[in-house]
Design a protein around this ligand. Structure first.
Ligand code: GLA
Length: 746
């Protein structure tokens, strides 16, 4: 359908802005079981999936007006036809007070625009109105156009019927016949229902200190979450959740949440407008952005995903976990479980060689490890972090016969083989840099700032893209490698692309990340058995964009098992524990010099995807025996931890002495619980744990994996009992931990 005839009709309808019944809307909507319906009479789009309804429409002005996003409504619930809201005096035109799905910067818009363009004649006014739409199953596309110029924006909406999570993006098309410059380009704006009592959650951090959960009340003004660093960043993660009211309850309360799928510079702006409306706008970071769109070209934004629940922040994360597994991760909806890994980094650093790694591999295999990963140090002239990045061939002194013998040994021990790479980087002391000094991000004549003695290859360049792809393709073709730990150990500086025309150089922010995705996609297609971990000095590149190509992530270089409790806690607000690698390393830990028992370290790591990074050459026979037992136990609960529903029983935040998590298996048959004590004080007992997510009438049998429960704890009891009477663990002392399972009786 096209806009012109509708506009006339809308003008008449808007004058009679009456309450419309949605059942009649539904009847006049398209037939079939699509979750997306359009009512041609009221010009309203309605999306219903799971427990969510999302409604917007075309108002008489032609604006795409947001109407409702929240708990699922009855099909016959009334809803007013969209009509632009009045402005506020002469200072806030109606475009600011009317919540809109996607706005161009023009016509007195003061809220964050989704799109801002400078035209070659200096004109910068952009007003987008509805033109047409199509509905196809779970997909809706709405086309908008500037009121005068042939600038088209195609908005994509896709609903996930099992979680009610929506995916949105925008594609900007230049049909004007002349190039123009896109200065700001967001994927979408999400409008929340009018309310004054919203609180924003977000995740902040730094290297070795990622995933700090922050919470703040929203006030008029804007909170900007972003990366200006090139990659996703440790500092802010592209995730948000907004809760109504101020309950500290994990499982009650209304929560709107979302995440961006982009691994380059991004921004999420959370704004409370002067009309007290809360809007969340996310996409490419407008900072230093400038994308010249030639006639006939288009620019597609990243995906911005968002969902709603009335069951609290805990359920918001469970929905995201389910969504990531079902829709995002490679091999979705059934991504394989993570193997138990060993990684050499903390044990041998750069000092890797064939004999040393083989010896470690034998020891790792003896405790039940399923994948052996050789970390940094194996290639080029790499003896420390000063040289070698870029030269991806085995170091001839360390591996005189290539990687073949080590890989064969690892395979013969029944483990898969993983290798560390950092393919987007180069050390100036490398053959690659000596040959191609122009391949790095830089501005001519300006210093090239090194971090960790390395520079960033400009993957936006076609030749660099081809080099990175062919290097890895040949590494994977020549060696029986099963897994790549793909690292990225610095942020950008001097992001110049001198080989491109001056007006094209800022495209580096988009083209770099697109090329990275395309390399990953093609490598996966050519080597389908190879799995990939996204690592960036720990958690610097974790987002729903990279997760379409990465099977797992390294959340932090901080492996202190106590710090990990809060790191892992924050991580799981946005991402599933099924991709959260967690290694058991040496004690005292290098980060805090903290001493902890092997059991404490294991139980901390067993809350995610278990790995071992300790120097096994220093372990005693007792350590091996303990580790063997715990690895075996982990395998019995792995599916529950990696795929189950996570309930946070006690938060480790705000100096808490305690922390406890519970995982309920998908089929409800197994429950795994982990409990940690920082240090006993005044002789108080460990807090009693009241479990969640159980079937009240079913019977569950208790198995202690490690630690003790109070002697009067029943061997088996109903779900109602474990939920309401709870369980008393005996945990006393410093850095103590316990774990148990409940197995549902048939
Ligand atoms: C990064 C990673 C570590 C390790 C080192 C190797 O810091 O996060 O796990 O691989 O690089 O240099």
């Amino acid at each position: 359908m096209t806009w012109r005839p509708i506009r006339r009709m809308l003008l008449i309808l808007s004058l009679t802005a009456s309450l419309m019944g949605f059942s009649s809307a539904a009847q006049s909507a398209q037939s079939g079981s699509t979750p997306i319906r359009y009512d041609a009479r009221t010009h309203v789009f309605r999306i219903d999936a799971k427990n969510v309804s999302y409604i917007f429409g075309v108002n008489a002005a032609g604006e795409l007006q947001s109407i409702y996003w929240g708990a699922r409504l009855g099909t016959s619930d009334p809803f007013p036809q969209p009509h632009a809201l009045p402005g506020w005096a002469s200072f806030d035109p109606s475009v600011n007070t009317t919540p809109q799905e996607f706005t161009g910067w023009g016509a007195g818009l003061y809220t964050t625009p989704d799109l801002k363009i400078t035209f070659p004649d200096g004109n910068r006014d952009l007003v987008l109105h509805y033109v047409s739409h199509t509905i196809d199953g779970d997909d809706l596309t709405v086309t908008m156009q500037d009121i005068e110029r042939k600038v088209f924006v195609v908005l994509d909406y896709r609903i996930d019927e099992s979680t009610g999570i929506l995916r949105r993006s925008a594609t900007i098309e230049n049909r004007t016949g002349k190039p123009f410059t896109i200065e700001e380009s967001f994927a979408a704006t999400w409008n929340l229902p009018p309310a004054d009592d919203y609180r924003l959650y977000d995740l902040t951090g730094r290297w070795a200190g990622e995933w700090n959960l922050q919470r703040q009340a929203l006030h008029p003004g804007k909170v900007v979450l972003e990366s200006r660093r090139g990659p996703t960043s440790h500092a802010n993660n592209p995730w948000f959740a907004i809760e109504r009211g101020s309950s500290d309850d994990q499982d009650h309360g209304q929560v709107w949440f979302g995440a961006l799928g982009w691994s380059g510079n991004w921004q999420i702006a959370v704004e409370q407008t002067q009309a007290r409306q809360v809007r969340v706008t996310g996409g490419f970071n407008p900072f230093d952005f400038g994308y010249v769109l030639a006639p006939g070209e288009s620019l597609k934004t990243p995906y911005f995903y968002a969902g709603y629940t009335s069951h609290g922040i805990g359920e918001a994360s469970r929905l995201l976990h389910r969504f990531e597994i079902a829709e995002i991760l490679p091999h979705h909806p059934h991504p394989p479980l993570r193997p138990v890994v060993y990684d050499s980094w903390e044990a041998t650093g750069f000092q890797v060689n064939e004999a040393g790694q083989e010896a470690l591999a034998e020891k790792a295999a003896s405790i039940g490890v399923e994948r052996f990963i050789m970390d940094d140090g194996w290639f080029g002239q790499r003896n420390d972090d000063h040289a070698g990045l870029g030269d991806w061939y085995p170091n001839p002194q360390k591996f005189p016969h290539g990687l073949g013998p080590l890989i064969a040994k690892v395979h013969s021990l029944g483990m898969s083989f993983g290798l560390w790479v950092e393919p987007e980087m180069v050390n100036p002391d490398s053959e690659l840099y000596r040959k191609h000094p122009d391949w790095v991000l830089h501005f001519p004549g300006r210093p090239r700032s090194e971090e960790r003695n390395q520079l960033v290859l400009n993957v936006a360049r076609p030749d660099v893209k081809a080099y990175v792809f062919h290097t890895l393709d040949s590494l994977l073709s020549k060696n029986r490698i099963d897994f790549l730990k793909w690292d990225y150990n610095r942020n950008w500086s001097e992001p110049g692309w001198p080989a491109a025309a001056p007006d094209q150089q800022k495209k580096v922010y988009v083209q770099y990340t697109r090329n990275l995705y395309s390399i990953l996609q093609e490598l996966r297609a050519r080597h389908p058995h190879v799995e990939i971990e996204s690592c960036s000095g720990g958690g610097g590149r974790v987002d729903l964009g990279i997760l379409r190509y990465a099977d797992e992530v390294w959340p932090s270089d901080n492996t202190d098992p106590f710090d990990r409790l809060s790191i892992q806690n924050g991580f799981t607000y946005a991402y599933t524990p099924g991709i959260m690698m967690a290694w058991v390393t040496d004690s005292p830990n290098w980060v805090n010099n903290r001493v902890t028992s092997l059991t404490y370290r294991f139980l901390s790591s067993m809350q995610g995807a278990l790995g071992i990074g300790a120097n096994l050459n220093k372990w005693t026979p007792a350590d091996f025996a303990k580790a063997r037992a715990l690895v075996a136990q982990y395998k019995t609960i792995r599916a529950t931890v990696q795929r189950g529903a996570l309930y946070r029983l006690i938060s480790p935040l705000h100096g808490s002495e305690h922390s406890a998590t519970e995982y309920v298996a998908r089929d409800g048959k197994q429950v795994a619980v982990f409990a940690f004590l920082h240090s006993s004080q005044m002789g108080y007992p460990y807090p009693r744990l009241y479990l969640r997510g159980l079937q009240a009438g079913a019977r569950y049998r208790l198995h202690m994996l490690d630690g003790q429960a109070s002697p009067d704890t029943p061997a088996a009891a109903s779900g109602a009992y474990w939920t309401s009477a709870g369980i008393q663990l005996i945990l006393r002392g410093d850095f103590q931990a316990a774990a148990f399972t409940l197995e549902r009786e048939p």
